[in-house]
Design a protein around this ligand. Structure first.
Ligand code: SF4
Ligand code: SF4
Length: 231
């Protein structure tokens, strides 16, 4: 079995380092497994399983034993919520990721506002994707509620989208869980409490969380009707 690596914790107040770490993570996103919450370590773990021989930057990754994940909750992002993509998405993509995109998508990204950050590992160019109304991501399809990048493969989504979870939805051993509490520890860790739910309760929560997207879609639809009426 291959080695398991997790991203080290971000450094508070060190934006340059964190972008460096993110770029290193982006290089390995093909091997991204998922984000887990470990009740033993009191932390979220972004797990990567690179094939043997892959270079892993140990400044930003640390190796863990498989057993750490035995009691961990896997973070889930059920279809139908879309909260992270639709309003104030804050979405962005890094230069190293843009290079992996098909040409037709790459040209769209290259027209976006950009920023260059000088990191300990050199310059990182960051392209903003949150430039649609109310911070919606340019790749979010409002009507279908889907990420337009998914058709090219999940690993082509921006690494920040792969790593960021609301932590509301989780699974473990084919069972479903919803977050029921949260507490920051003085030691720096975090306690997240989960309660097991059935599919109906899970779905109800997805519907509740998805209200933001549905309201947004309603507005977009009505604007479309208004524009068509003016033609
Ligand atoms: S709020 Fe949670 S479930 Fe909703 S899109 Fe974001 S990560 Fe996914
Ligand atoms: S790239 Fe996809 S997953 Fe990321 S914010 Fe945009 S639509 Fe959502």
């Amino acid at each position: 079995m291959g080695k398991v690596f997790v991203l080290r914790e971000p450094r508070k107040g060190n934006r340059e380092w964190n972008f460096y770490a993110l770029r290193e993570a982006a290089r390995l996103k093909r091997w991204f497994d998922g984000v887990y919450y470990s009740p033993r370590l009191h932390r979220l773990l972004a797990v990567f399983r690179p094939t043997p021989g892959t270079h892993v930057n140990v400044l930003v990754f640390e190796e863990i034993g498989e057993s750490i994940l035995a009691d961990a909750y896997r973070m889930e992002c059920p279809k139908g919520c879309n909260r992270c993509c639709v309003i104030h998405s804050g979405a962005f993509i890094l230069d190293v990721e843009v290079r992996m995109l098909p040409d037709e998508v790459k040209s769209v990204v290259l027209r976006q506002p950009r920023e260059t950050i000088i990191t300990p590992g050199g310059k990182v160019r960051v392209y903003r994707l949150d430039t649609e109304a109310m911070g919606r991501c340019i790749f979010f399809d409002v009507e279908s509620g889907e990420c337009k990048l998914e058709v090219y493969g999940k690993h082509l989504k921006p690494v920040v989208c792969l790593l960021t979870y609301c932590t509301v939805f989780a699974s473990k051993d084919n069972r479903l869980f919803l977050k029921s509490g949260y507490k920051e520890l003085r030691s720096g860790g975090v306690l997240i409490y989960y309660r097991e739910v059935n599919e109906k309760q899970w779905k109800r929560m997805v519907d509740r969380m998805g209200l933001v997207w549905k309201k947004y879609r309603k507005v977009v639809r009505s604007q479309r009707v208004g524009t068509e009426a003016l033609r």
